[in-house]
Design a protein around this ligand. Structure first.
Ligand SMILES: [Zn+2]
Length: 161
């Protein structure tokens, strides 16, 4: 599925930790969930908030749905993670499941990055998402051209008969 331009813009905003953290406001809670805010104690809610802060710090933003309530995605490697356990460390899980991720390899929260490190991450994120968008557009154009060629071929063949 090709990326849309608004998805590219959204992903580019996710380079910033504060934007990643803001996505967790749409965390899904339902009656079957252990994380139902209406049922749980203040202590549990604080625990969940701390998990969200740690997830955002470790490069993740929220992409969950009603079916995949704890699904998050990395802003740079785009790997999707879900089914978090109570004692999971987001940084350790990140590098374990995406060992080539340049942010996970740095293992450094945003406020501790050097300007050069942040600049490199930002540039690579833009390059990656824009390339993916352009490749998607080209693939779509190729399919359209193939369909139009087929239509023209059929018209020509019809005229010959
Ligand atoms: Zn990553």
């Amino acid at each position: 599925m090709p990326l849309t331009l608004s998805e590219v813009e959204h992903r580019m905003k996710m380079v910033f930790e504060k934007n990643r953290l803001a996505t967790f406001t749409s965390w899904h809670f339902n009656d079957k969930s252990k994380c139902n805010a209406k049922k749980v104690s203040t202590t549990y809610i604080i625990h969940i908030l701390l998990i969200m802060i740690t997830l955002a710090e470790a490069g993740f933003y929220y992409v969950g749905t009603a079916n995949e309530q704890d699904e998050v995605q990395c802003f740079i490697c785009c790997t999707v993670f879900q089914k978090w356990n109570k004692n999971d460390d987001p940084w350790q899980e990140h590098i374990a499941l995406s060992e080539e991720c340049e942010f996970a390899k740095l293992a450094t929260p945003e406020q501790m990055l050097t300007l050069n490190q942040f600049d490199q991450l930002f540039r690579n994120s833009i390059k990656k998402h824009c390339t993916q968008y352009i490749e998607g557009l080209l693939e779509h154009k190729k399919k359209l051209c193939a369909q139009q060629c087929e239509i023209l071929r059929n018209i020509v063949n019809d005229k010959k008969e």
